[in-house]
Ligand binder design. Structure first.
Ligand code: SAH
Length: 218
């Protein structure tokens, strides 16, 4: 295991068309996914699939992670809100991309997962000064650090329209990407506030967003 396998994963993502920009590709090389999967699943760290991370939650497949970052157009200096910290993998990628002039606010509702994400991020070898991990109900967004250039929701949302409160937390030219649908099947929706469009970009399956504006616990 090592960088050769990580490089193979990235080459696959590039050839399959999920990775298109240099900045996001570089971030995926710098943030080793091995540190974000449980010990017993390390041999699958570079497989292009979702993996369980405990508490019934998953780390998303690399192709979905890359695709969402590309569609959002995350760039150096941006302030980004992530809803659903999970393993912290996407959080670390965002931190690499936005750099020290940018800021990543990531909300997780399961306290233990936020703690695990913090440990994973540390283990991955960097002391990111631009990450703010919050334990709270992310379905409400996070007003203290708003407005954001970009919002990425990594859990399934039951609805999204121009009246959604998350949209109010975006800058006028901000973008939001989220899986929207029912508990078992969703479409990734890309919202562009500048032109007011909702674009269906990919069919996906994410774990449900809980909380006030999410799904009710079963
Ligand atoms: N981005 C993650 C994938 C997270 S899976 C990664 O790279 O690993 C979705 C996460 O959303 C889970 O950790 C789940 O606990 C969290 N979640 C569900 N409902 C939430 C809510 N209302 N607020 C914040 N996080 C929530």
């Amino acid at each position: 295991m090592g960088n050769e396998e990580l490089e193979k994963m990235i080459t696959h993502l590039r050839f399959a068309g999920y990775l298109t920009s240099k900045d996001i590709e570089t971030a995926m090389l710098l943030v080793d996914r091995r540190f974000f999967v449980p010990e017993k699943l390390k041999q699958s760290a570079y497989d292009d699939c979702a993996l369980p991370v405990g508490y019934g939650q998953t780390i998303s497949a690399p192709n979905v992670v890359a695709f969402m970052l590309e569609k959002l157009g995350v760039k150096k200096g941006m302030s980004v809100l992530e809803i659903g910290t999970g393993s912290g993998y996407n959080t670390a990628l965002l931190a690499e991309i936005v750099g020290l002039k940018g800021k990543v606010t990531s909300i997780e509702v399961v306290q233990e997962l936020s703690k695990l994400a913090n440990e994973n991020i540390k283990k991955s070898g960097k002391n990111y000064k631009n990450i703010f991990l919050i334990v709270s109900d992310g379905s409400e967004g996070y007003l203290p650090n708003a407005p954001y250039d970009a919002i990425v929701v990594t859990a399934a949302m039951p609805w999204l329209d121009e009246n959604h409160h998350l949209i109010k937390q975006l800058k006028p030219n901000g973008k939001l990407i989220a899986p929207v649908g029912d508990r078992y099947f969703q479409n990734l929706i890309l919202y562009n506030k500048n032109i007011g469009t909702f674009e269906k970009v990919l069919p996906v399956i994410f774990v449900p967003l809980l909380g006030k504006y999410g799904f009710k616990r079963e």
